[in-house]
Each structure stands twice: as structure tokens, then as C-alpha cells.
Design a protein around this ligand. Sequence first.
Ligand code: BG6
Ligand code: MG
Length: 214
Amino acid sequence: MIKACIFDLDGVIVDTAKYHYMAWKKLADQLNIPFNEKDNERLKGVSRMKSLEIILDLGNLNLSLEEKEELAQKKNNWYVEYISKMDKSELLPGVEKFIKILKSKGIKIAIASASKNTKLILERLNFEDVFDAVIDGTMISNAKPNPEIFLTASNYLSLKPEECVVFEDAVAGIQAAKRAGMKVIGVGEEEVLKGADKVIKNFENINLTLIESI
Ligand code: BG6
Ligand code: MG
């Protein structure tokens, strides 16, 4: 029986994936590195530094740790500028209603996001006190596809992995949830999110029967 839903944040609860892309694209352009939306799929769910390394690889650029930290900071400054203007209108369709249904049924809800900007995003959405657990990039040592973030969330909720369903928009996140021994629902395109137990476009038509059936 499902006792908790664990949500990735970027691209699942809120449409921040586009802001990550805009900021990385701006950096890639400045470095003259070809970078498009298809390349961007590989950045979803992975840490800020790992994302930068993927982009630098695309341009065959080898930089020192100091230079990389400077570039990651530059990208984050742009990204924070974009998300600081965000509000509830950028929640993914159906999210708020679905959260209400889960709460009314006593199903626990958690966030498991690699982002170190999680707190800021939840503040922008007025969602600071909505979740039973919030595990973010500042609290873990191993990034997705390592299962650490999801296992930390289930531990926090005192639940077994098999009692949790994960919602993810990233391939790395789906792998991490599977490795944690959890069911996983992909949010996005079926061709991209292979490996998920089910894929939905957004939360508009989701219900508890669908979750229990996977
Ligand atoms: C994930 C995003 O949620 O967080 C990645 O999918 C991002 O694209 C990662 O790189 C880290 O985010 P931040 O906000 O700490 O740079
Ligand atoms: Mg995501």
C-alpha cells in the first residue's frame, strides 16, 4: 500500500526546468559551446557541477576547479534572477489539486530535489509548510542516479521504500528511484522517460486508483 508520494521539484512541481536551460544556454553561448534542448535532457536531475561538466565536455573544454566554480556561480546567479520572479502561476497543471487530495487521504508528501535552491523555490510558491519532508541538494552527498536522496526521504518519513511512489521528470531521477526500490511515475514524454512504471504528461488527470495500480 502506498503511504507517501515523493516529488522531484524542478520540472515536476514547478516549471523551473526551462530557467535552468535558459541559464545554461546563456553560459554555453558565452563559451561558444553548441548546446541544445536535447543535450539539456542529460542535465535534468543531476547536480550543478555535474551539469557544467557535461557542457564543458560538449565543447572539449578542460578547466581548473576554480574556473569551474566561477562558471557554476555565474550560471546560478542568472538562474536565481529568473526564479526570483516566479510565483504560483508556474506550478505544473494539476499539482495543487493533487497535493490537496493526497493530504485529505493522509498520504505523506515529500520533496526530493538535487537543487540547492529548493528553499527559495518553495518560498516563491508559498509552499514552505506544505510538505512532510523536504530533502534537497544541501543534505545529500550522492547525486541521482544514486538512490540516497529518495532513501533519505523515506527514512525521514519512517516508511519503507516499497510504500513510496516517486514522481520524476529526469532519467537520472527515475534510475535513482528504481535503485531505491520505489515505484516511479515519469512526468513528461514517454520516449524520454523509459524505465518509469508509468508516464503522465502532468497532474491534471491523475487519481489515487492510478497510483495504486502501478
Ligand atoms: C535538479 C535539476 O533538480 O537540480 C538540475 O533538474 C539542476 O537541472 C540541479 O542542475 C541542481 O540545481 P541547483 O538549483 O542547485 O543548481
Ligand atoms: Mg526534475
